[in-house]
Design a protein around this ligand. Sequence first.
Ligand code: GLU
Length: 444
Amino acid sequence: MSSEVRVRFAPSPTGYLHVGGARTALFNWLYARHHGGKFILRIEDTDKARNTQEAVQVILDGLRWLGLDWDEGPEAGGEHGPYFQSEREDIYLRHFLQLKDAGHLYEDQGAWRFRSQRAVVTVDDAVCGSINFDLSNPETHPDMTIRRPDGSWIFHFVNVVDDIEMRITHVIRGEDHLSNTPKHLELFKALGHTPPRYAHIPLILNKDGSKMSKRDAGASITGYIDGGYAPEAVRNYLSLLGWSPKENREILEISETVQLFDLAGINRKNAHFDLDKCLWLNAQHIGKMPVARLKELSQPFLRQAGIVSSQPDELDKVLLLVREKLKLLSDVPDWISHFFTEAYPFAPEAVAKVFGNATAPERLLALANSLEALNPWSAEAIEHALKETAASFGAKHTELLLPTRVAVSGRASGPNLFPMLEILGRAGTVSRIRHALELHAARP
Ligand code: GLU
């Protein structure tokens, strides 16, 4: 018998990928990758009314976005398919007959029920420890239905049959399934199979301890995709929901997480969801990300904002300049749009602040003249020239920073000024200052 680790993520397509589901998928994926095993995706779509192709697509897209590739499953294929429960009818029927022939089932008003052994069932869980479930009282633990009168199957039965047929070695799933596990163990026993190793992972609650619902901010993975989160940051955040690497580490690359991840590091107590922390991690990941990656991830937001760069390395330079200031990828256009158009808008308050001061125009004009002759064109040289210009008016150089910034960008805040001017270039900077003077300097 092979000792290869085989784990699965078994979502029911409900129309969205919940953070809890994504975290379960991630833990399974990490476990598989850590142990060099297989990660299987199985779609538990027995509820025909709710299952649509779009609902499945949302799950596949979400997993792909998170970088959680599956070795077997929809679109990947594999030896143990089909990977949609809706296509496994004959397999369920075979196991149903096996149980029926062995006398484990009885009919009750058209439904088929499993006759419980009425014993104490011990769940030996890798996270929760050893827990006894006393199933001896039929009042509190009625025999479970496995097939409805309309012929459809109940979750417990198909879930167990699939775990058997797909040779699942470890079931890592939410703690909400812990109470189902004794039933599952009864089915494994009746079907003559050794159960997998179970690991029930803590629930994800809101900060205030309430249960997370579909409508809570951060509940759906689509929200992160559209909202400007980097997949590596969300993955990092999800990995910390119920698992901790040693030494209080928080910012982790996925390769390290794969290396460090194991069931022993999973916490028993509930995890508390904190979108601010996820946002903080997002800024941390973006701030250190290779520019090529930042460019790739920013693309949808740049496209949406209509930002096009004519020189290919210009965008790289600009992104490098603002990288550490970004919280979200959706912030990118706002930080950089003025680089790519001469028609950048001027913020009225910024204009009032600068041009409300009568000294601004002559100083800016002098700066433009000085920069026009500046050689070489570098951030340091620009800084030096600006200081000299300020000094020639007996002014502090800091008095010239805001006017210059507003003149070239239209706004009072933004990337570091001197590197920004370096990127805008000599001609660009000078023409911007002159243009701002034409627009805003008070005419006599
Ligand atoms: N379809 C079940 C769910 O989405 C899977 C439970 C399991 O992982 O065994 O909760």
